[in-house]
Ligand binder design. Structure first.
Ligand code: G1P
Ligand code: ZN
Length: 475
């Protein structure tokens, strides 16, 4: 080591107006980070500047990512800027790789000031894909973890961990674990050779659960099943259960369990950060989002592997198949048929205009009570609004969190613009409809929800406005 202090350079730069963080940090196309001068540096400096100098000096910071393209370039920059900003120690994942839940865990363990996570989560990677940066504060790759925990420790055969070597472009695969991008796994499961299947995204915070023959567990149902069987999980036997939470667009399946167990339920806007605040205040034990995110208060993040271990604990106690557990659940609590349509990379102006027009329609007093008839079914509007959330811990109000149309009987249509896309706009349409008639519990969600979809398309005119003939992804 050289005794001379590192030379700190101060360089002028100008801000980029498009660097407003979305639902979960900053996400942009890789070429934006590469071509715009100081694009990465600006954002990283903002992270450091947001930490009080007294806390920053000599502190420890965690840095890791999902190993996507541009990961190592960014880490080099971050390490240098951390030193220039007075950070005393940077803890970096091996080869720069660390999952989002692992960063969250390490921050707590070593009492770090925070962690920078380099991921665009479920968005594609590679030179033509996306790159992203999230900052996790002190309160809070997956592949190597799967191999270690599921294969080495729990004894799954080594060949059951597929696509578990981190690659800069994810081997050309899309990292979002859903029925579209995880179609290979669904196909493999259909053979009936395996009883349980799971998929994760690159940074390991999302999960998809499948049963034998490719039986799909909707994420909204997944959190409800974990809630209903919560004491099969040793962690909760020790800690007890303080509260449940779901994001507003997540189906109301969890509400049914909360009602039956008399446990407090929180309905928050989309984005895990809202759960974090409740967890810090000791009000929340288990949370889930329809977007394949499930987690508990053992860390402040959703954690794909945690969700899988929770399911395995339930299977171990109940000794039933995934499908039997799910169908038993529907018989007990009723079923929330659910679907989400994503219209990705549509024209931003068209999407914004659609949302504004739709808001005018639903906020008109005459809209309440209106009856929509599709075929033989009738739906009467009971309530409609632009979802607003007041944080019960600190009173912060979050407005414009999605347009909701709620019908008599509890069916819901929700429209939102994504906050994690990197190009144009992504419109998300969510549909939730409750059924408790035992003879109607086992139908195809797309068939059951077809009328509500028709109403949503008519009201929004989304196809006419965006020039699309259908969604990019249906979940
Ligand atoms: C999406 C999901 C949301 C999740 C977020 C980060 O955000 O919908 O539930 O918390 O990714 O993983 P959106 O693109 O809808 O703003
Ligand atoms: Zn993720």
């Amino acid at each position: 080591m050289n005794d001379s202090p590192l030379q700190v350079l101060t360089l002028p730069t100008s801000p980029y107006p498009d660097q407003r963080p979305g639902t979960s940090g900053l996400r942009k196309k890789v070429h934006i980070f590469q071509s715009k001068k100081n694009y990465l540096h600006n954002f990283i400096q903002c992270i450091f500047s947001s930490i009080d100098l007294r806390d920053r000096q000599g502190s420890t910071m965690v840095v890791g990512g999902d190993g996507r393209y541009f990961n190592s370039t960014a880490i080099q920059v971050i390490v240098q800027m951390a030193a220039a900003n007075g950070v005393g120690r940077v803890v970096i994942g091996q080869n720069g790789i660390m999952s989002t839940p692992a960063v969250s865990c390490v921050i707590r363990k070593i009492k770090a000031i925070g962690g920078i996570i380099l991921t665009a989560s479920h968005n594609p990677g590679g030179p033509d894909g996306d790159f992203g940066i999230k900052f996790n504060t002190a309160n809070g790759v997956i592949g190597p973890y799967v191999k270690k925990i599921l294969c080495e420790e729990l004894g799954s055969p080594a060949n059951s961990a597929i696509n578990c070597v981190p690659l800069e472009n994810f081997g050309g695969c899309h990292p979002d674990p859903n029925l579209t991008y995880g179609a290979d796994l669904v196909e493999t499961m259909k053979s009936g050779q395996y009883d349980f299947g799971a998929a994760f995204d690159g940074d390991g915070d999302r999960n998809m659960i499948l049963g034998k023959h490719g039986f799909f567990v909707n994420p909204s149902d997944s959190v409800a099943v974990i809630a209903a069987n919560i004491f099969c999980i040793p962690y909760f036997q020790h800690t007890g259960v303080r509260g449940f939470a779901r994001s507003m667009p997540t189906s109301a399946a969890l509400d049914m369990v909360a009602r039956a167990t008399k446990i407090q339920l929180y309905e928050t806007p989309t984005g895990w950060k809202f759960f974090g605040s409740l967890m810090d205040a000791g009000r929340l034990s288990l949370g889930g989002e329809e977007s394949f995110g499930t987690g508990s208060d053992y860390i402040r993040e959703k954690d794909g592997l945690w969700a899988v271990l929770a399911w395995l604990s339930i299977l171990a106690v109940r000794r039933q198949s995934v499908e039997d557990i799910m169908t038993d659940h529907w018989r007990t609590y009723g079923r929330n048929y659910y679907t989400r349509f994503d219209y990705e990379a549509v024209d931003l102006d068209a999407a914004v205009e659609m949302m504004l027009d739709l808001e005018l329609v639903v906020s008109d007093k005459a809209f309440i009570g209106q009856v929509f008839t599709v075929g033989e079914k009738k739906y009467q509007v009971e309530a409609a609004d632009n979802f607003e959330y007041s944080d019960p811990v600190d009173g912060t109000i979050s407005r414009n969190q999605g347009l909701r149309i709620i019908f008599k009987g509890g069916s819901r249509i929700i429209f939102r613009l994504s906050g994690t896309d990197s190009f144009g706009a992504t419109v998300r349409l969510y549909i939730d409809s409750f059924e408790k008639d035992l003879s109607k519990l086992f139908q195809d969600p797309q068939v059951v929800l077809a009328e509500l979809v028709t109403i949503a398309l008519q009201l929004s005119q989304i196809h006419e406005r965006t020039g699309r003939r259908g969604p990019t992804v249906i979940t």
